[in-house]
Write a protein that binds this ligand. Sequence first.
Ligand SMILES: *[C@@H]1O[C@H](CO)[C@@H](O)[C@H](O)[C@H]1NC(C)=O
Length: 447
Amino acid sequence: MSSNILDDLLNSVRQFLVDVGVGLNPLTIGVTLFVLLFPPLILFVLALNQKDAPFSPPPGCRKFGLVGKSNLSDQYSKRYAEGGDPCAANRWTVKALFIYPIKSCARLELDQSEVVRTGLKFDRQFTFAQQVTGLPTMEGKVESEWTFITQRTFPRLAKVETEIWIPDPKAPGYSEQEEYVKSEGCLLVRFPFTPDTEFTVEGLKSYGKILAAWMSGKPEPMMEFRVPFNPTQERIKEARYRSAEVKIWREKPVALDMANEVPVDTMEKLRYTLGITNPITLFRIDPQNYRQVHKCAPKSQDVGFQPVVGMADSYPLHILNLASVHDVASKLPKGPKRLNALRYRANVYMTGPPAFSEDDWAKARIGDGLYHISCRTTRCKLPNVDPETAVADRNEPGTTMRKHRVIDKGSKSPCLGMQVTPLTQGEIRVGDEIEVLEKGEHFFKSE
Ligand SMILES: *[C@@H]1O[C@H](CO)[C@@H](O)[C@H](O)[C@H]1NC(C)=O
């Protein structure tokens, strides 16, 4: 096969040289071949160059999260449809754990996590926002406000990956003075960006980047930036962070604008990747100013603390029963795709309970922790976005859920999974046992 291609190439070169009348001597053949092969060679060298660009781990930190195969890799197995996991002696257990460090961006899988007031420690402390400007008023005033963005309107957010790096005295470069050590670690953000390709030096380098991505198995080149996970007051002053109101549903918490930690050019490329016309930035919830949760959360006079969240939609923690997902899947119209439980973006995936048994849970023990099961999770269209392709590929599972899962008297939306408020702080691990302590009625409240 390859010798055929070479023969063809040599034959065409011979023919070409005969046609232009310079004759068939080794020198002219050599020069012509060189001219033909030079551009691909340059590209190849450029690609190798890109591939070798060193990725430097944040100093003093190690990568956080599950290493190896996902705990949901066998999620489609029929044995999870029934409830009662034969592998776990019919115990009800935590099957998998996930965080979404930036609201509406890609997930990160864990095998254990610290549980804090706002839920899993690194979950949804950040959100991207766009600056929306209204039309001028009669007096000619123009006002703008920062508004959170989600996959509902910008599905390409699913392509924005995050890593969490946490301080570790054994990690290279560790010192108490290191910025990321002082700020409880580092959030690393990575997104696909295909640079312009044109016939200039920069353009050729872009070809190199694309080829490098392709050689390392990625469909597109990736760009990255890093920000401190929980910046110190010192850092906030030094880098001149600004605080601004950011609109999340009906709330407007004052949050930290992380823009000064991100090169302007990088943020612009991200904006292009997401397909947004307005200016964008990354906000972090201000730990001095968490959003209070009222609605169906436990009352502070009953539990001794005010339930709060970071950038989550409504409650600190979201749990989902794999048997319930299997049940919804069994009712979907026949199609080429299976229902990926990851579409529902839960924190805790559990196995054991029969489908929908969680609908009337009120209080549970998971591992050593106590949890208030605050209300049912009402579902918008977001699960219609395929987390692997970032495309809202069909109106499912939304349509099927509207037929079968409008079950809460307080809401017209379909429900799946439960919203949870931790009553204790501590740890949660994959494999932890789940025990229901109380059951009760639920009635969804939107405010
Ligand atoms: C999932 O979690 C358990 C418990 O931590 C672990 O032993 C198991 O190997 C994990 N992996 C997979 C692929 O299920």
